[in-house]
Design a protein around this ligand. Structure first.
Ligand code: ZN
Length: 275
């Protein structure tokens, strides 16, 4: 019994020293995972993805420099919005996956972002792409995976990671995440949070701040359902999501006019032609 009390006291002490007395991260969420844990985990997941080109045929950066420059320009506009909490801490590394059949994009902890050519080619303008990218950046920046892990593994497990008792476990978690990265499911609350945050990011760019709604609107107009699209099965869509994004744009008072499609000296059609 005494031992147990000692253990609880020790955990409480570590908890306070790790998260500080206010207990919150940059976004005011209690996340026991350190920023370095996010970065380490993301790096390991990205290495697992790189080692599996059959599942994840990532396009080479040196031979596709122009296409990457375009996407980098969209990413940099979002990062320079002044609203990305971990702009300087996370890696924010882009990868294009050559798969024209898949309408998807995903992000790992620490800011490794993956965008499928199927999604890029499906969209008609850079504003919608910026909306989706803002949504994915938000999942990393709001630390949704870490917050999920905290929920599923529990506080004491994560504390044992922090004090170094379970060093092999992080590698194991990374393996599981990589195996399922493209299909990683977030709760409806996290999806809504990422949608809203995408509006906040885009509000400070030249892109239409409700770009994410443009993507969902196109899917709805085309009659796509959750069943046949990975992005939708992991990102549940409904009319209310479009409404919520547009309501957030009204609340922010931001510009919803299309930007005119010129990014990195290219039109969106030029960019698509490179893929
Ligand atoms: Zn999402």
């Amino acid at each position: 019994m005494k031992r147990r009390i000692f253990k609880i006291t020790a955990i409480a002490f570590i908890f306070i020293s790790v998260v500080g007395l206010n207990g919150c991260d940059e976004n005011n969420n209690i996340v026991l995972f350190s920023i370095q844990n996010d970065i380490d985990l993301g790096k390991q997941v990205s290495e697992e993805i790189a080692a599996d080109p059959t599942t994840y045929p990532v396009m080479d950066k040196s031979t596709n420099a122009e296409a990457y420059a375009y996407l980098e320009a969209v990413k940099n506009a979002i990062l320079n919005s002044g609203s990305v909490a971990y702009k300087d801490q996370f890696v924010w590394q882009l990868h294009i996956i050559k798969d024209d059949e898949t309408l998807n994009a995903f992000a790992t902890p620490g800011g490794y972002i993956y965008v499928y050519t199927g999604l890029i080619k499906y969209l008609d303008n850079v504003d919608d792409l910026a909306g989706v990218m803002g949504h994915e950046l938000a999942h990393a920046d709001l630390r949704h995976t870490s917050r999920n892990l905290q929920k599923s593994y529990g506080v004491s497990f994560l504390l044992s990671l922090l004090i170094g008792e379970n060093s092999g476990e992080l590698t194991q978690i990374a393996g599981q995440l990589a195996g399922n990265a493209a299909g990683l499911a977030f709760s409806r609350d996290y999806e809504k949070e990422a949608d809203a945050q995408s509006v906040v990011y885009l509000a400070k760019t030249d892109y239409a701040c409700n770009g994410a709604a443009g993507f969902f609107q196109k899917l709805t107009d085309d009659g796509h359902t959750n069943d046949n699209l990975p992005f939708l099965s992991t990102h549940p869509t409904e009319a209310s999501r479009i409404t919520d994004i547009n309501a957030k744009a009204t609340e922010e008072g931001c510009d919803t006019a299309l930007s005119g499609n010129n990014t990195a000296g290219m039109t969106y059609a030029d960019f698509k032609a490179l893929l």
